[in-house]
Design a protein around this ligand. Sequence first.
Ligand code: CP
Ligand code: NVA
Length: 309
Amino acid sequence: MKHFINLKDIPAKDLRKIITDAKKRKSLRKKLSTLEIDKGAPLNGKMLIQMFEKASSRTRISFYLAIKQLGGGTLTLRSNELHLGQGGESIADTAKILSTYGDGFMMRTDSDKKIEDFKKYLSVPIINGLSPSSHPTQVLSDIFTVEEIMKKPISKLNICWIGDSNNVLDSLIAASVKFSFKLSVACPKKFEPGKDVRVWVKKNNKKIYIYNNAKKAVSGADVIFSDKVISLNDKVNKKKKIQAFKNFKIDKKLMSFAKKDCIFLHCLPRGDEVSNDVFLGKKSHVWQQALNRVHVQKSILLYCFGKLR
Ligand code: CP
Ligand code: NVA
C-alpha cells in the first residue's frame, strides 16, 4: 500500500512515473468534458474519503474531479462533523471505520502527528492534502506545470521561491532534491527554512541557496514561485510579519531581474505578496497551475491505489 504524505519519503522514480502518467492522461482527455470518465475507468467503484480540518477550495474540488474522472467517487467531510472532531471517538476507531467504508483517505490538518497516527491505523492509503510541514500534491503538480510550460525537465531550470518558509516551500525543497533542480529562496533572515529541512538537504548531498535579498535570488531565475506570507492558522503577529516581508513583494520591477522569459506561479490563495499586474500578467500561469492539480492528483490516486502503470 502506497501513502502520499511527504515528497521526501517517496522514491524519485515513483514521482517521475506519476508525472509521466499525468501528462499522458491529460493529453488523452482533451476532448472529454469535466465529468466524463477516462477510458477504462481505472478507479471504477472506488471511494475516496476527504477530510478537512482547515479551509480549502482548490484541493477539495480538484480531488473531487480527479477521482470522478477515474470512475470513482468521493465524500467530503469537515472534521467537526465527526465524533472524532467533537472529541468523542479516537483516531484508531475513526481510521478503522474510514477503512471499512472507503478505499482511500485524503486529509488536510494542522497536525503532522495526526497524519502519522491515521496512517498507523488505516488499512487504506492516506494522502496529505496539506499539513504544517508539507503540501505534496500541490508541489508535485507544480513540477508538472513548470515542465509543461517550459518544455524542459525541471532539472535544467533555475527555480526561485520568494516568500515565507512554509509547508509549500518545504515540499518544494524536497522536490529540489528528488528532481535535482537548483532552488534559490528569498526571505527575511527571521523566516528562513527551518533546521530540520536544511539538515535533510545536506544529508542528501544537495544545496539550496538562501538570500535575504529578493533581487539577488531572482537573478537568472526561470520560474518564480510564491505563496501567502500569512498561511492558514499562522499563529504570528501578522502586522509584524507582513512588515518583515515588505522588501520581498513580487512586482514587475523585481520580475525584470529574472530571465526574460521567466514565469510566475502561485498555489493560491494569494495575499499582498504579489502585485496585481504580475499575478494577472502574461508571465503568470496560476490558473493553468490550479487546473493541473486535477491531472496530477489523478495519477497520485492511481499510485496510491496500486494502479499506476
Ligand atoms: N492551493 C491550495 O491548496 O488551495 P486550497 O487551500 O484552496 O485547497
Ligand atoms: N501555505 C499556505 C498554503 C495554502 C494552499 C497555507 O498553509 O495556508
